[in-house]
Design a protein around this ligand. Structure first.
Ligand code: AMP
Length: 140
């Protein structure tokens, strides 16, 4: 049914729940899987404020290590592990277009109002996506 799934992860504690769903969809569809995490660029002043050189570089390295462990569980090789730096929504759409993904999987937190159903990132990804988007409701 789906040939190439893109799983967007924020690498947070809830990742396990979402990852198990992704694994189930992967097994069901026998689709190829790419996993992406987006690091938002740090504003320039944060370097001086925190006194840490190359915070972005450190964030990327930490993210790469965490993503690697997650991908071991998912059976995704290095080639299909993506760390992007930039605005989350457009980077997820960019990778989806580049790999020709036919399904994007994201999580969503229960909030209030409209975002009760769709968390901000899920909402942003849904709008403007050129393929199906599976939004997994994360547990409270
Ligand atoms: P949020 O709206 O921040 O609660 O995030 C909802 C979902 O969007 C997460 O469960 C992930 O699937 C995805 N997401 C959020 N932030 C990122 C990120 N930095 N990189 C990749 N995916 C993300």
């Amino acid at each position: 049914m789906y040939k190439h799934i893109l799983y967007a992860t924020d690498l947070s504690e809830e990742t396990d729940y979402l990852t198990n769903k992704v694994l189930a969809v992967k097994e069901l569809t026998h689709a190829k899987l790419t996993v992406v995490h987006v690091v938002e660029p740090m504003p320039g002043y944060s370097y001086a404020y925190l006194g840490i050189e190359d915070i972005e570089g450190q964030l990327i390295e930490e993210a790469r290590a965490t993503l690697g462990k997650l991908c071991d569980k998912l059976g995704v090789d290095k080639q299909n592990q993506r760390i992007e730096v930039g605005p989350t929504k457009s980077k997820i759409h960019g990778v989806a277009a580049e790999i020709g993904a036919d399904l994007i999987i994201v999580g969503s937190h229960g909030r209030h109002g409209l975002s009760l159903l769709l968390g901000s990132t899920a909402n942003a990804v849904l709008h403007g996506a050129n393929c199906d988007v599976l939004v997994v409701r994360l547990p409270e």
